[in-house]
Ligand binder design. Structure first.
Ligand code: ADP
Length: 441
């Protein structure tokens, strides 16, 4: 800090120390950067009470909305119920954001009526004034414009993926619902039954099997915010500051809880801390920070961490110990039934010719993962369009052709590798020596 600041702080300290206890003067300071404050100010006798004013929850948001809509003419379709709905769907909005939302909706209401009003008239007729009411669509449109300001640096989103968009993977879904959705939506059950829900879940399996999709779906279905971090991206975006990135991410998660934090390709940031290279040192610091954050998370505080990897053998075993990522879920090969539903999902909007048999497609696509199947469907449409741009339906033959172009991701070898790891994980947490034995082929 500069000379001036130092003098100001010194002066402030002198003045505050000179204040009589229980005198008639109270000093209140406000900040959004607590850490930047001179510690000398944060001692007893000076600013000795610290009150955190966090982001409001749904109940708080409703009250704030009620306050800001009090003097505003609302349409009959904007009732108490609707306000409750808005409050529920505006996670991480702070008071200022909600005020901005109401103002934006009001602007839209005004704009709807404005063309009918002659501004040159001295008096705007009463019945025109009465037409200016905020209706649902005003709020809906405003919601598209106004976002929560607490979400700026670390990107927080609310994914639109539902369980209905995830095909197959029934076991995985069940495990995730138990480990993520229940603790977030029904925490009292865990308290009542006397157990702690897991803090972290590691999804592992071949690429394209739907790990990201599952994480997004569970966040959406539990009405939680979603912070998604791609391992390699984090390393490049926050060069030399990866530990700070981890701290920021968890800080943001606490602000916007309930929140699912998703680390994709976690192997790239949390590989085993063994070798001596420069990369390994960065990784070591990141892992340590991650451990600190995970250990510091209180169970049932509505933050769940999900990580995904296709190289589970690379991950620092310290992360997999109890109280950290202690749920390990294999997201592997889908069954025929699973492939059928994945085909159904991805052909939902494709006009299919009557000869297309989803059953048949599911039968012959052993080894295809979700992403492969999505690619097959896209390719089939492209092939059909290439042949005849005015085609109305996509025939089975295009799907067959597409199957020749898109090869399955999974081979026996690859599945064997994941199964071996799965077995290993089942027999307790991986031991440090054994984890390096299993090579990736
Ligand atoms: P991963 O994270 O396992 O590498 P993703 O979840 O990113 O894979 O999957 C990539 C895409 O493949 C998804 O956006 C989705 O369109 C499709 N996909 C993968 N698995 C499934 C599935 N089980 N059901 C439906 N679509 C899937």
């Amino acid at each position: 800090t500069g000379e001036v600041e130092r003098r100001v702080v010194a002066q402030l300290l002198t003045m505050m120390d000179g204040l009589e206890e229980r005198g008639q003067v109270v000093v209140i300071g406000a900040t959004n950067r607590l850490d930047a404050i001179d510690p000398a100010l944060r001692r007893p006798g000076r600013f000795d009470r610290e009150i955190e004013i966090g982001v409001p929850d749904a109940g708080g948001r409703l009250e704030i909305l009620q306050i800001h809509t009090r003097g505003v003419p609302l349409g009959s379709d904007v009732d108490e119920k609707y306000l409750e709905e808005i409050a529920k769907n505006t996670q991480a909005f702070v008071g200022a954001d909600l005020l901005a939302l109401v103002q934006e909706a009001a602007m839209r209401a005004l704009r709807r009526v404005l063309p009918d009003i002659n501004l040159d008239d001295d008096l705007i007729p009463q019945e025109k004034l009465e037409q200016i009411v905020l209706i649902r669509s005003d709020f809906e449109n405003a919601l598209r414009e106004i976002g929560p300001s607490a979400m700026r640096e670390v990107l927080v989103e609310i994914p639109s993926v539902k369980w209905a968009d995830v095909g197959g993977l029934d076991n995985v879904k069940q495990e995730i619902i138990e480990a993520v959705e229940w603790p977030i939506t029904k925490p009292e059950k865990f308290v009542q039954m006397g157990i702690k829900p897991p803090k972290g879940i590691l999804l592992f399996g071949p690429p394209g099997t739907g790990k990201t999709l599952v994480a997004q779906a569970v966040a959406n279905e539990s009405n939680a915010n979603f912070i998604s971090i791609k391992g390699p991206e984090m390393l490049s975006k926050w060069v030399g500051e990866s530990e700070r990135a981890i701290r920021e991410i968890f800080k943001k998660a606490r602000q916007v809880a309930p929140c699912v934090v998703f680390f994709d390709e976690i192997d790239s940031i949390a590989s085993a801390r063994s070798s001596m290279s420069e990369d390994a040192k960065v990784s070591e610091r990141v892992v340590n920070q991650l451990l600190t954050e995970l250990d510091g998370l209180e169970a049932l505080k509505e933050i769940v961490v999900i990580a995904a990897t296709n190289r589970p053998d690379m991950i620092d075993p310290a992360l997999l110990r109890a109280g950290r990522f202690d749920r390990l879920v294999l997201v592997g090969q889908s069954t025929r039934e699973g492939r059928r539903s994945i085909f159904q999902i991805h052909t939902r909007n494709i006009p299919l010719a009557s000869d297309v048999s989803i059953d048949e497609l599911a039968n012959i696509t052993e080894g295809y993962v979700g992403a492969d199947i999505e690619a097959v469907c896209r390719e089939a449409v492209m092939l059909a369009l290439r042949e005849n741009f005015n085609i109305e339906n996509v025939d089975m033959k295009y799907f067959m052709e597409a199957l020749n172009k898109v090869r399955p991701t999974l081979s026996e070898n690859l599945m064997g590798y994941y199964k071996k790891i799965h077995e290993l994980f089942k027999g307790g947490m991986p031991k440090e020596e054994t984890s390096s034995y299993i090579g990736y082929r």
